[in-house]
Ligand binder design. Structure first.
Ligand SMILES: Nc1ncnc2c1ncn2[C@@H]1O[C@H](COP(=O)(O)OP(=O)(O)OP(=O)(O)O)[C@@H](O)[C@H]1O
Ligand SMILES: [Mg+2]
Length: 367
């Protein structure tokens, strides 16, 4: 590991050509496709820049420097890396020959999550009613999965939802590389790591999850479910660890459940599909879908409750809110529409009332 101050100086030298973008608040992502092709995302839209590295060595030197700073191995045998820079930006690197354009890097520049439910409402990503409902779900210790496509705002939303957790609770956060920023006073952050140059010392999300279960959690928050750890999470959710939350890549609520099933099958523990499906069905209570629209905006598109399996063994999905598209503004190109209640009531309202939680049936009335 190299000290932060030395790292900051050296990365500025290697990454001189992208430094202005790294300091620019309006840039949300910097994409380096080899030394001569650099793109940025501004207000959700991609644009190509004229910036270029002086040579391929500077780019390679820069990414090796990042690897050294975060204590990860980046070489021919380990050509991929996730890392987080001192300013909070998330970096993913792929080296040639896997990356055909030369060293390929994506830097997601969010120094800190400043998104709050109020801001999401201001952007038109969520309505006040849906935000009230999500708050209720957190207080009712519902198990929540935020799902959506790449860059659709899943992690930002999970961060926002996690701020609703009672500060009295002990929260254990597990991530591949630290992104979430919980503000509560009692938070334990665990981070997975890859193997060293000799293939030793790998710690996976599933391993950390098993540790988390022994660290007396009130809540477990997992940054993203990508593989066999889905089974650990599902089993914890069905064995009384309510109120867990995570994200995953999937586009519709039933896809999300099937994807969790498929990922759980990647676990070393093998289980018949029917048994697995019934565990997934009883583990997941709420799915919130996010999407990135072609105007660059990110919005919630569905909030559903999962009510187990029907007699044919299919998931029963109870829709609560859905985004209703109303076309695109011809002048600004902005996507118009709103996340609307579909008219169904969640099944746990009586239970919520008996716990003296604030419930208003008008949240679920279609306007
Ligand atoms: N509701 C929103 N409105 C506008 N911008 C948003 C919104 N949510 C997230 N963003 C921005 O979109 C980008 C992607 O967000 P985020 O990292 O949360 O997405 P993700 O779905 O977790 O991505 P990935 O699939 O790469 O993990 C970030 O720059 C973030 O600041
Ligand atoms: Mg994410």
């Amino acid at each position: 590991m190299i000290p932060k101050i030395i790292f900051e100086q050296s990365i500025k030298r290697y990454f001189k050509c992208v430094a202005p973008f790294m300091d620019d608040e309006s840039v949300s992502e910097i994409m380096i496709n080899g030394p001569n092709d650099i793109w940025i995302e501004v207000a959700g839209k991609l644009q190509q820049t004229n910036a270029k590295f002086e040579n391929a060595d500077d780019l390679m030197g820069g990414v090796k420097n990042i690897a050294q700073y975060v204590g990860k191995t980046l070489n021919d045998l380990n050509p991929r890396m996730d890392a987080r820079l001192p300013d909070g930006s998330r970096v993913h690197v792929v080296l040639p020959p896997c990356a055909r354009n030369g060293v390929s890097v994506a830097i997601r520049r969010f120094g800190e999550f400043s998104l709050t439910m109020e801001k999401l409402m201001g952007y038109g990503s969520i309505t006040a009613q849906a935000a009230e409902f999500i708050n209720l779900c957190v207080h009712m210790e519902q198990n929540v999965i935020v799902a959506g496509g790449t860059g659709s705002g899943k992690t930002s939303l999970l961060n926002c939802v996690s701020t609703l957790i009672d500060p009295k609770e002990r929260i254990i956060v597990i991530e591949d590389s630290t992104e979430l920023q919980l503000q509560q006073p009692h938070v334990v952050m665990l981070e997975a790591r890859g193997p060293d140059a000799k293939g030793r010392g790998k710690v996976e999300i599933g391993d950390l999850f098993r540790s988390a279960m022994r660290l007396r959690p009130d809540r477990i928050v997992i940054g993203e479910i990508r593989g066999g750890e889905a089974l650990d999470l599902i089993q914890a959710m069905t064995s009384g660890h309510g109120g867990s939350m995570s994200t995953t890549h999937a586009t519709y609520p039933d896809d999300t459940l099937r994807r969790l099933e498929t990922m759980a099958m990647m676990s070393e523990v093998k289980m018949p599909l029917a048994a697995l499906r019934s565990q997934v069905a009883s583990a997941i209570n709420i799915i919130i879908q996010t999407a990135r629209f072609n105007d660059g905006s990110r919005k919630l598109t569905h909030i559903v409750e999962c009510l187990g399996l029907d007699q044919a063994g299919e998931y029963v999905i109870h829709p609560l809110f859905e985004f209703k598209h109303q076309g695109q503004d011809p002048k600004t190109g902005k996507v118009m529409g709103e996340l609307k209640a579909v008219g169904n009531l969640p099944t746990f309202l009586d239970n919520a009332r008996s716990r003296n939680l604030h419930v208003d049936e008008s949240w679920f009335r279609p306007l």
